[in-house]
Structures are given as structure tokens and as C-alpha cells.
Write a protein that binds this ligand. Structure first.
Ligand code: DX5
Ligand code: ZN
Length: 223
């Protein structure tokens, strides 16, 4: 599968959100990554349903909604109704993860689980076959523009091994500190969805930054 690019609107210009969503619509991006933060699970608050609905109104690509909130099971239907296509919850925020994943799928969305940098992929051993997506955090969640954590490569390789034979169509998404500097190594390790906020929106031409990430090949060509 050709890898997917999901620009994160957390780094967009919130006063011109429609313009940034249209930039993504007209780019080579595949999904639009939307970060929901509650100030409890993570030490930051981003935005909630009205902003998600406003994004959905203009988006022409699937909305990949990353919930960094406690008790996400309380809001699955509301996120679906607000426009989510993919809903990812944090392993660390779910006591009854299986039931939350089932509810996301019953709502008609793709279901994902995100792991914080300290959480080993082995905790997903008995649920991996039920998941559409695993999101490996390559920074501590809460803020855009942080430095990429190098241990992520080994986690991606372990996740790929865990999924082999049990879920070969799994989306392996990585989020945090991603740019064209590390995109090739991430794809080579086994990632197939790359989220990028700061490296896209701080670029002089965000459309080009997205195209560059999309063009990345996992193959290493040597002259
Ligand atoms: C961080 C969010 C990310 C964030 C990534 O908690 O989950 O999606 O937007 O931003 P960059 O690419 O700037 O690290
Ligand atoms: Zn995110």
C-alpha cells in the first residue's frame, strides 16, 4: 500500500481555517488529522465539536480524529455526527478498550488506538486483529512542533511484527516531529500513515511540503 499523508490542522491558522482546509483539499494529502485535547489527558486544550463541524463542512478528505481525552467512550456518537471518519482513542485513557473500539466501529468509523511513547506495543496483542489503525506517538501528546523521539523506529518494527498474519491491512500511523528528514526512515520501519503539523504549516509552501512527504519512497537508492 502506498503510504498516506495526514496533515495536522493543530498547526493551521485558526483564524483562516477554511483556507487551510482547502489547501489540504487541493494537495496530495490523503486524510486531515484533527487533534482533540481536553486539558486533562494532556496538558493542553485544542478545540471541540463546533470547530470539528466547521472543518467537516469544508473538508473533501476523510477526517482522522485523534482523541487525547479521558473517557472517550462518552463521545463516540458525537464525534461521528460532527464528521469523523477515523476515530482514534488512547490506550492509556481506556479501561474498557475492547468495548470502546466496538462502539467506534458500530458508529460506522474506522477504529484506532494510540500509544504514548512509554507504552509498549505488546499491550495490543489481544486486540490487534480488531483494529483498523494503531497510532504511535513519536512525541508526548499535547503540543505541535516537538522533537521526534528516536525509539519510535523500534516500536514501529515491533508493531509490524505483532500485526503480521493477524492484521496485514493495519494502518500504522506515526504522529509527532515528522518531516521530510525522517519520513523515509519511518516508512522503511513499516509506517504507512504519516501525520505532520509543524513541518507542513511552517513551510513557505505547505502544498509542496505535503507533496514532498507523499513522494517519499521507503526504498533507499544508492548510486
Ligand atoms: C500532538 C498531536 C499531533 C501534532 C503533531 O499531540 O497529536 O498531531 O499536531 O504536530 P507536529 O507534526 O508539529 O509534531
Ligand atoms: Zn495527533
Amino acid at each position: 500500500m502506498k503510504h498516506l499523508i495526514a496533515p495536522s490542522v493543530l498547526s493551521a491558522d485558526f483564524a483562516n481555517l477554511r483556507q487551510d482546509v482547502e489547501m489540504i483539499n487541493n494537495s496530495e494529502a490523503d486524510w486531515i488529522h484533527v487533534d482533540i485535547m481536553d486539558g486533562v489527558f494532556v496538558p493542553n486544550i485544542s478545540f471541540g465539536f463546533p470547530v470539528l463541524q466547521a472543518i467537516a463542512k469544508h473538508a473533501k478528505k476523510p477526517l482522522d480524529v485523534h482523541l487525547m481525552i479521558v473517557n472517550p467512550e462518552r463521545y463516540i456518537k458525537q464525534f461521528k455526527d460532527a464528521g469523523a471518519d477515523v476515530i482514534t482513542v488512547h490506550y492509556e485513557a481506556c479501561t474498557h478498550l475492547h468495548s470502546t473500539i466496538t462502539a467506534i466501529k458500530q458508529a460506522g468509523c474506522k477504529a484506532g488506538v494510540s500509544l504514548n511513547p512509554h507504552t509498549p506495543v505488546s499491550v495490543l496483542e489481544d486486540i490487534i486483529h480488531e483494529l483498523d489503525l494503531v497510532l504511535i506517538m513519536s512525541v508526548n501528546p499535547g503540543f505541535g512542533g516537538q522533537q521526534f523521539i528516536e525509539n519510535t523506529y523500534s516500536k514501529i518494527r515491533k508493531l509490524k511484527a505483532l500485526a503480521a498474519g493477524k492484521n496485514d491491512s493495519l494502518f500504522i500511523e506515526v504522529d509527532g516531529g515528522i518531516s521530510s528528514k525522517n519520513s523515509q526512515a519511518l516508512l522503511k520501519a513499516g509506517a504507512n500513515v504519516l501525520v505532520a503539523g509543524n513541518s507542513v504549516f511552517s513551510h513557505a509552501n505547505p502544498t509542496d511540503a505535503i507533496a514532498e512527504l507523499k513522494r517519499t519512497s521507503p526504498e533507499v537508492f544508492q548510486a
